[in-house]
Design a protein around this ligand. Structure first.
Ligand code: MOS
Length: 682
């Protein structure tokens, strides 16, 4: 009786819903505890000339004011994002310029509001345009992909194709809004060691960064992240909050708590870069693609380069002999963009899968059949065989479950009362990654087993999934297995990111359990680096198909999405309940991207004008109809480990295109910019 696949309730479910689960900000409370409050720049570019610390230090409860002239000097770890308060230069509005530390959060907040900061202000440039004068070609795109690729003669093939599409799609800045904002509690001990309770997607990278910045041994830093209230990529790299908390704790000799406010998150934790994407497709009359060209312009910051891999997924999805992709960046006076759920695949597939729908329309073909017709036999970029690829099965199963009407679409042909009705489809794809991990499995000799690994459960249910995998490997009921995660004292493991957390940790967990059984010893520790090295040359990825129904009010342009169906082929599914939640969350976030979320840049102000949940609309329950999620069974022997792929990110990939395609079907209006709003369809 295997527990893998069963809809097991999260181990920490009761703790979470009763408020007993402790998050980073809830540790280290006591008489001596101090509270830090971040002060951010009010100019987009310039220099801090003075900070009037004396003006606020007169208040009883204010302990310290840190700014670039008095903040501790930090070691160089090669990441300008965490080199806070080291010089007076202001690179974007919302950058950290000072930190107030006080005996209460209220006193810290008030002093931060009153703190006089004088600037020398310089002119700024914050608006992304395709002909931007600072446009340049980055050396590679995140994390280490080719910036440009070319196969064959795409221009010649476009020229020779009887049917072509050539359109430009734009996406806006999107901001990570996990339920729990970034927060850190720092406590230096008398022996020079540090305990950090920090909200992050991986404790070991935080430990390394903090050790480097404060010039102590990594072993002197302990990072605890027992519970994390979401991240979406924004907590994948250490952020200013954790550095500032450690700084303040060192300067004051007290435990220090620091929470980033929701407003501050819009500039301090990374965001999805806006993009301008030109897509050209050339096809035969029967739909077979000859040429795919995907050219991306996106924005980066002056502080640090982030080049999103927007066109990378396009290289792998459909067969076409002639293809070209490219990425160009504009370096602007803006906050540093970074990871947000499926960075690259998500915005890239909005554009690319919209263009596929336009092609299907021009060909007079069913958009499902167009995708099936271009199913490649091998990875079209590398020529490697697929370890498993069930995109066609996802399309077929999804079409059946959704009730997709076969055949070409006739836009604006269905209406019920005030509502124009349309349906749309798009493919989903997310590559399968893995990182080495170490795990220790042990038995108490009385039939109970424990597996320890520094994995991070950011709300996905990873802790529970790992326990299920361990129980399976030990051939024991769940009750006899415990999992310990979320502490850098445990065996090292990689990030909860890149949809590779549970896959990578699960690999180490199952290996440790298997070795414990075969060795007969009471404790074993294993690492998976060699196993990963031994993976064959296959193209590994998860695939999916999303179907969406849209209703558009014929007079007001109000857009509703009453139902969505997503079918995914993502290896073995470890926990039916938490896996479904991941996909429902991803599709909801994709719907939110399609219709609601929009960072609105104010060119004069030099900042996103909307930076809270009132001005930046994230889809609420009332915006989401029914979401039907299903799986294609896969048992892929080339995946290694527990034969899992990733499910954290694929749910958001393609959703926005499916919505946009449905909007076209409903209204006959092709919207090539996100978010799609009433004014676009009227
Ligand atoms: Mo995710 S954007 O890989 O944390």
């Amino acid at each position: 009786m295997t527990p893998v696949g069963a809809p097991v309730v999260r181990d920490e479910a009761l703790e979470k819903v009763t408020g007993a689960a402790k998050y980073a900000y809830e540790y280290g409370s006591g008489e001596q505890t101090a509270y830090a409050w971040i002060v951010t720049s009010t100019v987009a570019r310039g220099r801090v000339m003075s900070v009037g610390a004396d003006h606020v230090l007169t208040a009883d409860d204010v302990i310290a004011v840190l700014w670039h002239e008095n903040a501790p000097r930090l070691g160089d770890v090669g990441d300008p994002v965490v080199a806070v308060l080291q010089d007076g230069d202001v690179h974007y509005r919302g950058q950290v310029v000072a930190l107030v530390v006080a005996k209460t959060p209220e006193a810290a907040r008030e002093a931060a509001a009153r703190l006089p900061v004088e600037y020398e202000e310089l002119s700024h440039d914050v608006v992304l345009t395709p002909d931007h004068e600072t446009l340049y070609k980055p050396a590679q795109v995140n994390p280490s992909f080719e910036t440009d690729t070319r196969q064959g003669d795409p221009d010649g093939a476009l020229e020779a194709s009887p049917v072509t599409v050539d359109h430009t799609y734009t996406t806006v800045a999107l901001h990570n809004n996990p339920m729990e904002p970034h927060a850190s509690t720092a406590l230096w001990h008398d022996d020079g060691t540090l305990t950090l309770w920090d909200s992050n997607q991986g404790g070991h990278p935080v430990r390394e960064t903090i050790a480097g910045l404060f010039e102590v041994e990594p072993g002197a830093v302990r990072v605890v992240n027992a519970h994390v209230g979401g991240g979406f990529g924004s907590k994948g790299t250490p952020r200013p909050n954790v550095v500032l908390a450690v700084m303040a704790a060192r300067v004051t000799g007290r435990p220090v708590k620091l929470a980033v406010t929701r407003q501050q998150m819009f500039s301090l934790v990374g965001y999805r870069t806006p993009t301008i994407q030109r897509i050209r497709l050339g096809a035969e009359a029967d739909g077979r693609l000859n040429a795919i060209v995907h050219e991306v312009v996106e924005q980066t910051a002056t502080v640090k380069e982030f080049a999103e891999q927007t066109a990378v997924a396009t290289r792998k999805i459909y067969a076409a002999p002639h293809r070209r992709t490219s990425h160009r960046l504009a370096r602007l006076d803006v906050p540093v963009p970074s990871w947000m759920r499926a960075p690259g695949e998500c915005p890239g597939f909005y554009a690319f899968e919209s263009a596929m729908d336009e092609l299907a329309h021009d060909l007079g073909m069913d958009p499902v059949e167009l995708r099936v017709r271009n199913e490649p036999e091998v990875d079209p970029e590398t020529g490697n065989p697929f370890s498993s690829r069930n995109l066609v099965a996802c399309l077929r199963e999804g079409a059946a479950r959704f009730g997709w009407e076969p055949g070409p679409r006739t836009p604006r042909s269905r209406q019920e009362g005030r509502w124009l009705i349309g349906t749309g489809v798009a493919a989903s794809f997310y590559p399968t990654y893995e990182a080495p991990a170490t795990a220790t499995a042990s038995t108490d000799g009385n039939g109970h087993y424990t597996v320890a690994i520094n994995a991070t459960d950011i709300g996905t249910g990873a802790r529970t999934a790992l326990r299920q995998l361990a129980a399976e490997a030990l051939d024991l009921p769940l009750e006899r297995v415990s999992i310990r995660i979320g502490d850098s004292e445990l065996p090292p493991a990689g990030l909860a990111g890149g949809s590779m957390g549970t896959r990578s940790w699960g690999w180490a967990v199952t290996k440790a359990c298997a070795q414990l059984l075969s060795s007969g010893s009471p404790e074993v520790t294993v690492n998976t680096a060699d196993d990963i090295e031994a993976l064959g040359q296959y193209s590994r990825g998860a695939y999916g198909a999303q179907f969406v129904e849209v209703r558009v009010d014929v007079d007001t342009g109000e857009l509703r999405v009453p139902r969505m169906t997503g079918i995914f082929a993502a290896g073995r599914i470890v926990n039916a309940r938490t896996a479904r939640s991941q996909i429902v969350g991803g599709m909801t976030m994709g719907l939110s991207m399609a219709l609601h979320e929009e960072g609105v840049m104010d060119a004069a102000f030099g900042d996103y004008a909307n930076h809270d949940l009132a001005g930046y609309h994230v889809a609420s329950c009332a915006d989401v109809g029914s979401i039907d999620v299903g799986w294609i069974e896969e048992d892929d022997e080339h995946l290694g480990g527990a034969r899992t792929k990733g499910i954290g990110e694929i749910g958001i990939v393609g959703t926005a295109a499916a919505v946009a395609n449905a909007v076209f079907d409903a209204t006959g209006v092709r919207v090539r910019e996100l978010p799609i709003q009433a004014q676009h369809v009227l």
